[in-house]
Design a protein around this ligand. Structure first.
Ligand code: IMP
Length: 194
């Protein structure tokens, strides 16, 4: 166990103010309480925006799984859930721009109110891809909820309907977000300490 950890150059101090993965240092940026408060507000907003219809949340795996679970619990009106899985950054910290669908949604989406639930919008390429993909189903409406947004990295035309936090253009981990699959299990969000 400890040999594996040394091999990966990974030190996990859950709950601590810093974390280190594969030689990169991260510092705590958003604590769990701050995240939960904001997610609660987003859930409230969505509840108010869909009083009479049953929106379907489409959670983007893997990164959005934790955010989706908390967001769904914060919605007090009827809603459904489904999942889509897209290719990720792999072991890199920059987007390849090459988005591939690894698992598609099972539920019929025609005439539905879709809310895409994403962990983070960086360049916006992934969200662009998904919006186009979902528009093809002819939904009643299509909105986007993202926990994090890096506005300086994103193409300006991309419309995001529910945004948790706007953050600087730096790599983040925790609360479902990973660096080469590690770091998802922090309740807090950590940012690359340059
Ligand atoms: P985009 O296509 O550049 O907007 O990237 C979107 C996807 O890249 C997200 O769904 C995440 O999986 C991943 N990603 C972008 N920025 C980060 C980050 O700072 N940490 C972890 N994953 C990220």
């Amino acid at each position: 166990m400890s040999a594996t950890r040394n091999l990966l150059d990974t030190s996990v101090d859950l709950g601590d103010a810093t974390a280190s993965y594969r030689g990169d240092q991260f510092r705590r940026y958003l604590d769990a309480e701050t995240i939960q408060t904001r997610v609660g507000e987003m859930g409230q907003q969505i509840s108010e925006d869909y009083p009479d219809t049953t929106p379907i949340l489409v959670s983007v795996l893997n990164g959005a799984f934790m955010f989706t679970a908390d967001l769904m619990r914060a919605i007090h009106t009827e809603c459904e859930i489904d999942f889509i899985k897209l290719s990720s950054y792999g072991a890199e910290k920059v987007s390849s721009g090459d988005v591939q669908e690894l698992k598609s949604v099972d539920a019929p989406l025609a005439d539905r109110d879709i809310i895409i639930v994403e962990d983070i919008v960086d360049t916006g390429l992934t969200m662009d891809f998904m919006k186009e993909r979902f528009q093809a189903y002819n939904p009643s409406s299509l909105r986007v909820a993202t926990l994090l947004h890096k506005p300086t990295a994103t193409e300006p035309d991309l419309q995001l309907d529910y945004v948790g936090f706007r953050i600087p253009d730096l790599f983040v981990i925790g609360y479902g977000l990973d660096y080469a699959q590690l770091g998802r299990n922090h309740a807090d969000i950590y940012i690359l300490d340059e």
